[in-house]
Write a protein that binds this ligand. Structure first.
Ligand SMILES: Nc1ncnc2c1ncn2[C@@H]1O[C@H](COP(=O)(O)OP(=O)(O)OP(=O)(O)O)[C@@H](O)[C@H]1O
Ligand SMILES: [Mg+2]
Length: 307
């Protein structure tokens, strides 16, 4: 914001830029990043963060694929893609019936934003997977870094259900990064210990390439002391892994999915939109640091080595 801009003028300018392609282009990561958004605690902002980060990255000119691994299908709804019963979906992907490129639908919200939706079929798959071969590797096996490059995908974001069952395990085995949203509320860290232990088990036995790359503070209410305390505690615990950008609690953010939109379409000039644009920029800026730490090699090949 320049010095003579009022906040309202700045918001209007930002909305115009975001929606009319004037938003600054984001640099492409050197290889596709596959990020699983997980927390078995319900309602912490997994889906909201998945779809809004995806939209922000895509509006920055990057190719983004969201895989909806939650039978609730909320990410599919927010991205405005068909997920009625019978639509080819993430279920067919897990069952190895179709490839990524056959299942991804274009989201109307941005040119290079895609989604493999979740339908009700996914609801029974936790049980169905138990009896299948390679049950933890089903997703990893069908996501291939070279294919993503040829499809122009820079980011795969996988939205998980609120459980640590086989759908979440598949998402973690297919990914190289986990992003954990933490709600700035009472009991924020409840269950995080369990989640970290599960990630550790997956790192040891199923996917050595996996790392918790990002923790994101969501639903931050700046008027309360509690939010500040929770944020402080999370930062003390997790240091640099926590994004500097904090997502504010905002009614607009919660209203957007009801209109089949992300916050960037619903109100691009709002505080929530600005926060997700900043978070996406920050997430993207960490790509090279991570590449340097991890070295090259896809998550799928990491999973392969650990069979
Ligand atoms: N920043 C925010 N401000 C206000 N409301 C929010 C914000 N982020 C998310 N919400 C609302 O909180 C609720 C839970 O969010 P969301 O569905 O993203 O969580 P989730 O972790 O995906 O939930 P589930 O575990 O059921 O999959 C939703 O009603 C959502 O609209
Ligand atoms: Mg969700």
């Amino acid at each position: 914001m320049s010095e003579d801009e009022t906040p309202i003028f700045a918001a209007a300018r930002q909305a115009n830029e975001v929606l009319h392609g004037g938003a600054p282009a984001l640099p492409r990561p050197s290889h596709p990043r596959i990020i699983t958004i997980a927390n078995q605690k319900g309602g912490v902002g997994k889906t909201t963060s998945t779809v809004n980060l995806a939209a922000a990255l895509a509006l920055g000119g990057l190719g983004v694929l969201v895989i909806d691994m939650d039978p609730q299908g909320n990410a599919s709804t927010a991205l405005g893609v068909d997920h009625r019963e019978g639509t080819p979906s993430s279920y067919e992907l897990l069952m190895w019936e179709h490839a990524v490129e056959d299942l991804m639908q274009s989201s109307p919200h941005a040119e290079r934003l895609f989604c493999i939706p979740a339908t009700i079929d996914l609801a029974g798959s936790e049980i169905e997977l138990v009896g299948l071969e390679h049950r933890e590797h089903r997703l990893a096996e069908v996501i291939n870094s070279d294919d993503l490059v040829s499809l122009g995908i820079d980011y795969v974001l996988i939205d998980c259900p609120p459980s640590l069952g086989l759908l979440t395990v598949n998402a973690m085995v297919a990914a190289s990064e986990v992003l954990i949203p933490i709600q700035c509320e009472y009991y924020a860290l409840e269950g995080v210990g369990q989640l970290l232990r599960n990630v550790e088990l997956i790192q040891q036995h199923l996917n050595t390439s996996l790392e918790i790359s990002t923790i994101m503070l969501t639903m931050y209410d700046g008027r309360t002391k509690l939010a500040e305390q929770v944020a402080g505690e999370v930062r003390t615990h997790f240091g640099d892994t926590v994004l500097r950008t904090v997502i504010p609690r905002s009614v607009k953010v919660s209203e957007a999915p009801g209109y089949g939109m992300t916050i960037l379409q619903y109100d691009a000039g709002s505080r929530g939109a600005l926060a997700y644009l900043d978070a996406a920029k920050e997430l993207n800026s960490r790509a090279d640091r991570l590449a340097a730490i991890a070295g090259s090699g896809s998550a799928a090949s990491g999973a392969e080595e650990n069979r």
